[in-house]
Design a protein around this ligand. Structure first.
Ligand code: PEP
Length: 253
């Protein structure tokens, strides 16, 4: 059997609901024209305001939907926040948590991210936990220590292996600078070992995505690395053609 991949589009704060609907239609059309690749799961993560519309358009299709954030409390006086059960009710499968933009711009720390992971899993949403080092940390030779700290605190006491990790070096996000396949593989292999330590055999099956300026022309070399099982795609997921070209770049027999 072909190795299984997961390609996720993170639309960030882009696309109104009607623009989102157009993009979904384009993705579906293009994917149908290119044929169904059974070794790849595709997911899109539009903004909250587009989720309902995208979910309706994708109902019954094998393209999954995720959100870009949630708040860990079940309900109550948390103005502006969205809970895991609200997302689950829209038939979502995934939720991106701990993205570096949330950590940096919205000051989310590892403890908050940990609470969000637990809330997502309690509602059977699959969290996509983002981890990654800054340029300073890489240059100070602290990449693996940073990753270990982010993963061990976010997954502290977590026994449910229903999760995805996205390794996103912060210096590579939206900058056009990509980690070389070898640099990325080194970190992915390290993450795989951490997951095996925590989840045993099940840790072997958790997807570890690479994110950070993945594009159609560099996707194949990254995705053929042994411990890279998919991609979290920002900019290139906003254009159907480049997103589907990345899907098409996943290696298969
Ligand atoms: C991201 O924000 O998750 C991301 C990987 O962005 P980009 O692909 O634009 O670098």
């Amino acid at each position: 059997m072909d190795r299984q991949y997961l390609i996720v589009g993170n639309w960030k704060m882009n696309k109104t609901p009607s623009q989102s609907a157009n993009l979904v239609r384009e993705i579906v059309d293009l994917r149908t024209k290119r044929g169904i690749a059974s070794h790849v799961t595709i997911a899109i993560c539009p903004p909250f305001t587009s989720l309902d519309r995208c979910a309706a358009l994708l109902s019954g299709m094998d393209i999954a939907i995720g959100a870009q954030n949630l708040y860990f409390e079940e309900e109550g006086a948390f103005t502006g926040e969205i809970s895991a059960s609200m997302l689950k009710d829209l038939d979502l499968e995934y939720v991106i948590l701990g993205h570096s933009e949330r950590r940096t711009i919205f000051h989310e720390n590892n403890e908050l991210i940990h609470q969000k992971i637990k809330a997502a899993q309690a509602c059977q949403l699959t969290p996509i936990l983002c981890v990654g080092e800054t340029l300073n940390e890489r240059e100070a030779n602290r990449t693996l220590a940073t990753i270990e700290e982010q993963i061990s605190s976010a997954l502290n006491g977590v026994v449910d292996s229903n999760l995805v990790i996205a390794y996103e070096p912060i210096w590579a996000i939206g900058t056009g600078q990509t980690a070389t396949p070898e640099m990325a593989q080194e970190v992915h292999q390290f993450i795989r070992k951490l997951l095996q330590k925590q989840f045993g055999e099940k840790g072997q099956r958790i997807h570890i995505l690479y994110g950070g300026s993945m594009k159609p022309d560099n996707a194949a070399s990254l995705l053929k690395q042994p411990d890279i099982t998919g991609g979290l795609i920002g900019g290139a997921s906003l254009v159907a053609e480049s997103f589907i070209n990345i899907v098409a770049a996943t290696p298969h027999d």
